[in-house]
Design a protein around this ligand. Structure first.
Ligand SMILES: [Zn+2]
Ligand SMILES: [Zn+2]
Ligand SMILES: [Zn+2]
Ligand SMILES: [Zn+2]
Length: 365
């Protein structure tokens, strides 16, 4: 992630809705693709505060009225925008019930993670899967609660009924990404992380993983399945449901750490792909941020088209060591909990080559 400049000279950050120095409203301008100070007012009209841009803007409805977004949409000269939601919010099919306490905070956290996901997909030139662009199935998001609230700390491993009701499973199906709202509660998420023995559990991590399942449908199914099977294994033997059952009965493959990005990745080739894809996006996000923070010294930006995968992995190991040591000084968990093994690097190379093959030409930025 990069940082941005306010007209007062202060730094603006991707999540800001206000400049911490001059107090100007801030928002993401879809024209210049920057987090900018907003000039004017909601009532009289807003302009992008980047003087090279100056686009007429209006805040996304989820920014102006719901306070869960910080993006703007372009205001056409002849009146209201056709779509009052920004290019991240318009994918929402189900939003949380805002009459319930704390749900707005949970929704805000989910949207913040989703915006980061989209920023990264745009950076890599990956398709966003809109219906208008002819993507089938189109992408959408559902943020849902269990019908009967679980008691704190209660966990479920599988598609189970709890208290006689079906639980909301975080997952992807036919373009629809569902996130259980409980994941947006930091205490519950940490309990789940410990229960599942995961190194990290985060909202952005969920989005990266589920988006990978969507891309499998969009980019691999019926197009690159033999190449996929050569790297990740045959997804039909065993079937997904058999593999799922076996995983929750017997646990992960004993040698998972050598061959997989995570224990869960050893469950089935589709989960292996999703975990590997998410691990690749983590690497890209960290390299992007490290570059913009000046941590990579004279090294180029390591995410532009045509970049060598091995160079990325080497730089990632270097930055990861620094990140881990910084975290340890603060008593926090490691960011990179173990070195990337050769089999994992090779699977990440498949993701790298896939993205190289499908990415749109880089924008002017
Ligand atoms: Zn300012
Ligand atoms: Zn602008
Ligand atoms: Zn929005
Ligand atoms: Zn999955």
């Amino acid at each position: 992630m990069r940082t941005f400049d306010c007209s007062c000279g202060e730094t603006l950050f991707f999540d800001n809705t206000r400049c911490m120095s001059c107090g100007a409203d801030a928002g993401f301008c879809p024209v210049c693709q920057k987090l900018v100070p907003l000039v004017g007012s909601d009532e009289a009209g807003l302009r992008c505060g980047n003087t090279a841009c100056g686009a007429a803007l209006v805040k996304c409805n989820n920014y102006r009225y719901e306070r869960v977004c910080n993006r703007c949409v372009v205001l056409p000269a002849d009146g209201e925008p056709a779509e009052p939601l920004c290019s991240c919010c318009r994918y929402n099919a189900v939003i949380p019930d805002l009459s319930k306490e704390d749900n707005r905070n949970k929704w805000r956290r989910l949207e913040a993670a989703k915006r980061r996901l989209f920023y990264q997909l745009d950076l890599l030139g990956l398709p966003r899967g809109t219906e208008a662009d002819g993507f089938d199935p189109p992408l959408s998001f559902e943020f849902k609660e269990d019908p009967v609230p679980l008691w704190s700390g209660q966990t479920y491993d599988n598609n189970e009924l709890l208290n006689g009701q079906e639980v909301v499973m975080t997952g992807h199906l036919n373009g629809k990404i569902t996130i259980n709202l409980r994941e947006a509660d930091p205490v519950e998420r940490e309990r789940l992380r410990v229960h599942f023995g995961e190194r990290h559990r985060s909202l952005i991590g969920h989005f990266r993983h589920e988006m990978a399942h969507y891309y499998w449908d969009l980019l691999i199914k019926g197009r690159r399945e033999p190449a996929f099977a050569a790297v990740f294994g045959d997804p039909d033997a065993p079937s997904y449901s058999d593999a799922l059952q076996a995983y929750y009965q017997r646990g992960p493959s004993p040698h998972w750490a050598q061959h997989f990005a995570s224990a869960y990745a050893s469950m089935h080739p589709w989960e292996d792909f999703a975990e590997t894809f998410a691990a690749y996006l983590e690497m890209v996000a960290i390299l992007d941020t490290a570059h913009h923070m000046g941590m990579l010294g004279p090294l180029d930006l390591l995410i532009e088209p045509g970049v060598d995968h091995d160079r990325m992995v080497t730089a990632y190991a270097y930055v990861g060591t620094a990140l881990n040591e910084l975290n340890r000084t603060m008593g926090l968990r490691d960011v990179l909990t173990r070195p990337l093994t050769k089999p994992v690097v090779e699977k990440m190379r498949f993701v790298h080559d896939l993205i190289e093959a499908v990415r749109a030409p880089a924008s002017a930025e």
